[in-house]
Design a protein around this ligand. Sequence first.
Ligand code: HEM
Length: 512
Amino acid sequence: MPKLLYNYIIDLKYNFQEILIFFFFALLLFRFVEYLRHNREFFKKVSKIHGPPGLPIIGNAYIFLRNSADYMKTIEKLYYQYPKICKIWLGPNKTYCLLSDPEYIKIVLTNPKAIDKSDVYETITEVFGPGILTAPAKIWKPHRRAISPSFNKNILDSFVNIFAQASAEFVKRLREVGNKKDYDWSIFAKRYSLDVSCKTIIGVDLNINYAKPRGDDLGHAIEMINYYGTIKHLKVWYQVAAIYKFSSVKRIFEKYTKRFNKITTLAVGEKLHQLKENVDAVYSETEEKKRIPDLLELIYKNPIFTEESLIYEVNTFLAASMDTTGMVICTLFIMLAMHPDIQQKVYDEVIDAVGLTGEIESSNLVKMKYTERAIKESLRLFPPVVTFGRTITEDIDLGDIIIPKGMMAMVIPSILHRDPKYWKDPLTFNPDRFLLEEKSKRHPCTYIPFSYGARNCIGKYYAFQNLKTLTATVIREFKMCTSYKSVEEIEFSLQAVLTLTHGVKLWFEPRT
Ligand code: HEM
C-alpha cells in the first residue's frame, strides 16, 4: 500500500474515533439538558428544600462513598445540619428528602400520596416477591385488607402457647452454652424468632437448628440475603448494572435467594395441599378449642390470593419477623444486662405475674407492664428497622414547603429516637419514658419503631407477645450479663436490619 494512502487511512481512523467520542458526549449533554428541561418544575420545587450542595449528575453520592458504619454518621450529620427536612441527591433519578420533623413525618406517613415504597425495597422485592411489605399500592391495599383480620388479638394470643414452647427450647440451649461469652447470640436469637414464625405463619416445623445455627438452611439463607442485599445497595458502584452483573455479590445473592425460595415454595405447597385435602374436616368441640390455626390457613381461601402470591406473603412474613425480633431480643437483653436495677424490676414483675414455674399465658402477659415499657425503651434506642422510605406519587404540601411528586421521603428512627429536641438524656435507658403521662407529652411521630399510618407494621402485637414470653421465660432462670458499659459504646451499622458492629456481648448466669 502506498505510504500516503496508509497515512490517510490511519488519520481517518483516528478522526473517526474522535468524531464518535464527540457525538457520544454531545448526546450525553443533549440527554442531560432534555432531562433538566423535562423536569424543570420538579427541580424548581426541589430547589426550595435545603440540603448539601451537589455535583452535576452524581449529586451528593460522593459523600456516601464510604463504608456502611460511616453512612449512619454522615446521615446523622445531615439530619442535624439541615433541620426538619434535608434534600439528598444520589444521581439524576434518585432524589430523597430526609424527614426529621415529627409533624412532617406524620403528614407523609398518613398520606395516600405516599403509600408506595421507595427504591430501598427493590432488593427485598427481588428476593421475596411483592408481598405486603413491598407491594405497590394497588396490590398492597386489597392484600392488607385480606390479611389484617388474621392479626387480631384473639388469634395472636393463641400463639402464646407456641412462643412459650419455643422459649423453653431457647432456655434449654442456654443451659448448655449460656455462659459462653464469645458465642454469636444474634444468630441464636434469630433462629428462635424464625422457628416461631414458621410454626405460626405456615404451621410447620422446619427443624430450625438451634444447636448448629449455621447448618440450618433457611435462617442462613435469610442472613446471607440481608448481608449481600445491603452490600449491593450501599456500594455505589454496584448501581452500575454492568459491574453488578458480573460481580460475586450478585452470584452469592442469587444463590441464597434460590435456596430460600426453594424451601418456602416447598413448605407452602405442601401445606396448601394438606389444607385442601382437609377442607371438609370436622373437629370436635374440644379439638376445635385446642387447634391453633396458622396465618396461612386463615387467609388461603380468600380468592384474591393465588398460590404464587401466598408464597410471596409467607416469604414476607418470615423475612419481616426473623431479623427484627431477633435483633430486639439481643438489644433488650443487653440493656437489661447493663442495668441490673431494671433487670431486677422486670424479674420481680415476671415472678409476680407467673411465679417461678407457672405456665406463661396471654392472660398473665397483660400484667407485665414494666417489661413492656422496657421493650419499648429498647426499641427506642435500637429500632431494628433503621430506615424506611416512601415514593411521593403526587405533590405533598407540608404547610411551609412542598415535597414534589417523584421525590422519595426517608425516615431514620434510630436518629429521631435519640434527638435531644424530643428526648431528655436520650442515651439513658429509662423504661418509664413510656408511662402514659410521659407518652402523652410527646408528638406521636417522635417514636416510630413500627412506622406510622396505613403501612405500619402489621406484626406489632405479635412481636410484643413473643418478646414478653421469651423475656419472662429466660429471666426466671438466668441473669443477663454483658461487657458493654454504656449505650454510646454499642455501635450499629446501616443494613436492612440493625446490626451491632462489635457483636452481641452477652452471657447468661443461672439464678440459683
Ligand atoms: C420488634 C419487631 C418488629 C419491628 C420493629 C418491625 C418494624 C416494622 C416497620 C418499621 C415496618 C414498616 C416498614 C416500612 O414502612 O417500610 C414494618 C412492616 C411490616 N412488618 Fe414489622 N416489625 C417487627 C416485627 C414483625 C413481625 C413479627 C411480623 C410478622 C409476623 C412483621 C410483619 C410486617 C409486615 C408484613 C410489614 C409490612 C406492612 C405493610 O406494608 O402493610 N413485623 N415492620
